[in-house]
Structure formats: structure tokens, C-alpha cells
Design a protein around this ligand. Structure first.
Ligand code: COA
Length: 396
């Protein structure tokens, strides 16, 4: 059991039935959701994965930790997602959330987790403990009539009994190629295939059942401004699958007005469409915290053709071991970190996140005042961290 004290707060794991009940009430109030939904959520994530913070006598709040992975440069890096950060209103403004996050991050570091990601309701809170914008979450929409694709090289095979295991292998193949994609937590998988009372889910393999080249999972919803087909999840591994995906969707045009899907801010699926009719419906940036600088830099992949050396000087006000000078040497697609060096690229650990993920270039981070570097360092960092626009399909 984890238990730690600071002057005002006590941080611990969640186990007592009284605390579980109290946390449910706090989360119900914080997130305007029914108590039954919070109970189901806590059970789905697992009680052992919650952390709580106590004031002098009472529970002040808590959060969920989701141990999973994230793909960077073609390699899976362990990452803990943080969700459901909730503090009871009577405890707000007293530093409870900051204390909860600080303890959690120290625990993650001690466990050897290199990365942590979350979706912020308030960015300033998480910036204070070293998170920064890491990548995108985007919903795209297109009018079904404007897809205009008829040719369908592959058949679509209906999956009658939808269970998430049938998707795993195809999903992992796409995830490996997608900068920032999740190696999903089991609770995310379960939620993904669980329709609510008003929904029916439809799932299809794209291509033959024996050797599918992708899949699509969706629901259909009538709406005042036109019926919509919402794609819950998709994988497309070949050009034939991409073409078939669009022509299958276009075949819904007699009743379905719009199709919505999640993709990158720079969505390559729309490249197949005849005109630029697809629109970004809404978008948000998730945040990343480099919890362990050395592990995060060494465990990920890099472009295999690059050979470069970057001299970093990092400041981390929370996790001591991340402070100081490091040399990152990249060759043959892997990185090696040694202590020392010239400290030519100076930055707070917070700003290492958008550099690591390639959300912004070193040049633009410098212009935004987020890092300082010599010309040599900016050029090396540009080579090392250039990558596709990072994104993930899941909200947690
Ligand atoms: C957001 C929330 C967790 C903050 O809890 P808290 O204990 O009041 O936060 P703290 O006292 O530790 O505040 C730390 C910092 O976070 C930021 N912050 C906190 N609440 C904020 C708010 N409502 N808006 C903007 N920034 C906020 C501030 O920078 C603050 O530092 P400051 O007081 O020096 O300015 C709390 O308001 C809450 O539970 N809200 C409802 C649920 C929710 O939205 N959770 C976040 C999910 S991502």
C-alpha cells in the first residue's frame, strides 16, 4: 500500500469501503455524472489503480491511473494515463490537486514509468507539475454525398459478435506506425465496444475474414441537422482498404448525411477524397509529462537513417533525477543517454514533451520562448525529433 504525508495532505491508494464510497460521491459531483456511472467507472479501471488525497480528516479527492503504452518512433513506451482528477469543492484552491499530482508523479518515477499523458480540463494545473501539450485528438466530419467513391476493391465482412480481441492484432499494426497512438488499457477497449442503451454498434472487417486489411466499428444516429454515422474505431492497413473504407461509407448516402471519425490533425484519409469537403469538427490537445528523461529518450524509436548527438540541459522542479546535463546519441533508430555534455539545448522538462512528440519543431518552440539553444543544438534536435503530427484516437 502506498501512503505518504505532506504538511497538509495524506496521499494513498484506495482500499477502505468508506473511501471508495466517498470518492464516488466526489467524482459524481465533480463530473456531473450519475453515481452509478462513477461506480461502474471505478470498478472498470480497478480500485487498486486509484490514488486519493486526504485533508485533515476527510477525503479531498482522487484520480485514476491507467497503465498502458504509447507508440513513439515505432516502439511502444510504457505510459500511465491520468484520468478523473477530482477534488471536492470544499477543498479546492488549497493545493490538493497539485499535491495529488506531485505524489502520483513521484510514484510513477519510482515504478520506472517514463511517460504520463492526460486530457486537461485546466491546463495551468498540469503545467505546474511538468505536463505540456503533446499531441492532438480530433473529430473530422464529411458529408456522405461528397465522398463520391464507388470502386470497392475489397469486400466488407460483418462481425456479428463484437468482442475487442478480434481487433487487437490489426490495431497494433496501425498503432506501431502512428506517432502517439495508445497501446490501449483494457478498460478503454471495453468501453469502446460497449454501446449505451440508445445505440447499436456495427463492425466489419475490410477484406477477407482470414486476412483482413482493416476494420471499421460504428453506430448510426438520427439528428435534426441530418443523420450521422459515427465511426468509433477504424484501422486501415492498405491502399485497397482505404479505398474500400470510403466507398463503403459512401454507400450509406441515401439515409446518412454525415460521417464522423477520429484522426490526426493532418488526416491522410481525406487525401483520397475528390474535394476538400471534410472539416475538422472539434479538436483538443492532450498533455504529456516526461516522467523519466533517460528512460523516455532511450526506450523510444528514432528514424533509422539519422546519426546525431544532442546536448541537453534539463530543469525539473519535481523529479530530481531529471535535472542536469545529458547527451542523447542517436544511431540505427535507437537513442543512448549519458550524463554530462555541453548543455547546448536548455529547457524545462515540461517543454521536452512537445519536442519529444514532434508536436512542434525546435525552431517554433524557441520562438514561443519554450527553449533556448545554439544553432548546432537546434539543428540536431530538428533531425532527431522530426516526425508525423502526433495523435491518438482515444479520450480517457
Ligand atoms: C480542477 C481541479 C481538480 C483543481 O483542484 P484544486 O485542488 O482546486 O487545485 P489546486 O488548488 O491544487 O490548484 C493548483 C493550480 O491549478 C490551477 N487551477 C486550479 N483550478 C483551476 C481552475 N478552475 N481554472 C484554472 N486553473 C485552475 C491553478 O493554476 C492553481 O494554481 P494557483 O492556485 O497557484 O493559481 C478541481 O477544480 C476539480 O476537481 N474540478 C472538477 C473536476 C475537473 O474538472 N477535474 C479536472 C479533470 S482534467
Amino acid at each position: 500500500m502506498v501512503k505518504e504525508m505532506t504538511a497538509q495532505f495524506e496521499y494513498s491508494t484506495l482500499s477502505h469501503p468508506q473511501d471508495i464510497q466517498q470518492l464516488m460521491y466526489i467524482l459524481e459531483q465533480c463530473f456531473l455524472s450519475p453515481l452509478s456511472a462513477e461506480e461502474a467507472y471505478i470498478n472498470q479501471i480497478g480500485i487498486e489503480n486509484f490514488r486519493i488525497i486526504r485533508g485533515l480528516e476527510q477525503l479531498a479527492g482522487g484520480l485514476a491511473t491507467l497503465d498502458m503504452g504509447q507508440w513513439w518512433g515505432g516502439v511502444r513506451v510504457p505510459m500511465t494515463g491520468i484520468a478523473a482528477v477530482g477534488i471536492a469543492p470544499e477543498y479546492r484552491g488549497s493545493g490538493a490537486a497539485i499535491a495529488l499530482m506531485q505524489h502520483t508523479l513521484k510514484e510513477l518515477y519510482a515504478k520506472g514509468i517514463p511517460l504520463s499523458a492526460l486530457y486537461p480540463a485546466v491546463q495551468s494545473l498540469y503545467r505546474k507539475v511538468g505536463y505540456e501539450q503533446g499531441g492532438s485528438w480530433c473529430n473530422w466530419e464529411v458529408a456522405t454525398k461528397s465522398i463520391q467513391m464507388r470502386e470497392q476493391p475489397l469486400p466488407l465482412q460483418r462481425i456479428v459478435n463484437i468482442n475487442h480481441e478480434v481487433f487487437h492484432e490489426l490495431y497494433q499494426q496501425q498503432a506501431r506506425q502512428t506517432h502517439g497512438y495508445l497501446d490501449r488499457h483494457p478498460a478503454i477497449w471495453k468501453r469502446l465496444i460497449q454501446p449505451d442503451e440508445k445505440e447499436t454498434f456495427y463492425a466489419y472487417f475490410i477484406g477477407s475474414k482470414e486476412k483482413p486489411q482493416g476494420y471499421i466499428l460504428f453506430s448510426q444516429h438520427p439528428a435534426e441537422d441530418g443523420a450521422i454515422l459515427r465511426i468509433k474505431d477504424w484501422v486501415i492497413l492498405t491502399a485497397a482498404a482505404a479505398q474500400s473504407f470510403w466507398s463503403f461509407l459512401a454507400s450509406h448516402r441515401s439515409q446518412i448525411d454525415k460521417v464522423r471519425w477520429r484522426s490526426s490533425a493532418i488526416d491522410s484519409l481525406t487525401l483520397l477524397l475528390p474535394e476538400q469537403t471534410a472539416k475538422l469538427k472539434n479538436t483538443m490537445r492532450w498533455m504529456l509529462r516526461i516522467v523519466d528523461v533517460v528512460k523516455a529518450l532511450e526506450m523510444r524509436g528514432y528514424p533509422s537513417e539519422i546519426q546525431a548527438e544532442l546536448h541537453l540541459e534539463i530543469q525539473d522542479n519535481l523529479l530530481d533525477a531529471n535535472n542536469g546535463r545529458f547527451i542523447l546519441s542517436v544511431a540505427n533508430g535507437r537513442g543512448e543517454v549519458t550524463k554530462g555534455g555541453k548543455g547546448e539545448l536548455q529547457l524545462d522538462v515540461r517543454e521536452l514533451a512537445p519536442l519529444y512528440t514532434s508536436l512542434f519543431t525546435p525552431y517554433h518552440l524557441q520562438i514561443a520562448g519554450k527553449l533556448h539553444g545554439t544553432e548546432t543544438a537546434i539543428s540536431a534536435a530538428t533531425q532527431i525529433f522530426t516526425g508525423a503530427s502526433p495523435w491518438m484516437a482515444d479520450f480517457f
